[in-house]
Design a protein around this ligand. Structure first.
Ligand code: MG
Length: 183
């Protein structure tokens, strides 16, 4: 059996791309400074790169799953061009109160619940304790901690965010994540 590999888990909106709210086209998809360096470094250090993103915009009917998947393909191509390979993208299209039809669910995949991370653990044989998660919301941190991710980094320029949670560290730029990847 292959040995377990750590992952770099990335939230999408606010970590990979600037969060303008319900981004669903490449024209509106602006990469956050440092993201290509972080992912490239993680790849060379032996991390699997796994995106875990809530996409309630699908459930709310603002854009379709197909829109999302097309944008995801484009995003992954851009990473490949930058010598940074995304291994897997998980998304949760549900919303517990605003979702339409079958999308109205308090689904286990939606952060702060750890469903997407646990699915990745199972499917990709991830060493969770050795893994790193970067998010820009407390719901990301909660999901990471609940899933047993060893290092949870909150990308935030608000110092109030410092004391909010144990087992979670605040970084002000993606470059501050690099030392965690190089051990
Ligand atoms: Mg986010």
């Amino acid at each position: 059996m292959a040995s377990r590999q750590p992952a770099l888990f990335l939230d999408r909106d606010g970590v990979i791309n600037v969060d303008y709210g319900y981004v669903h086209s490449s024209e509106n998809f602006h990469f956050v400074e440092g993201i290509f360096d972080v992912v490239h470094t993680a790849c060379t250090q032996g991390y699997k790169i796994v995106v875990v993103t809530n996409q309630a915009g699908i459930g709310r009917g603002l854009y379709s799953e197909e829109n999302f998947l097309t944008l995801t393909e484009w995003m992954c191509r851009r990473f490949t061009e930058e010598k940074a390979q995304i291994d897997r993208v998980y998304f949760s299209p549900y919303h517990p109160t605003e979702g339409l039809g079958e999308y109205r669910q308090d689904h286990a995949s939606r952060k702060p619940r750890p469903g997407m991370l646990l699915q990745a653990k199972l499917e990709l044989s991830i060493d969770m304790a050795g893994s790193i998660l970067i998010g820009d919301n407390l719901s990301d941190m909660k999901a990471g901690i609940a899933a047993g991710v060893g290092t949870n980094l909150l990308l935030s320029d608000k110092s109030e965010a410092n004391a909010v949670m144990e087992k979670c560290l605040r970084i002000e730029s993606l470059y501050e994540a690099l030392p965690f990847l190089i051990t």
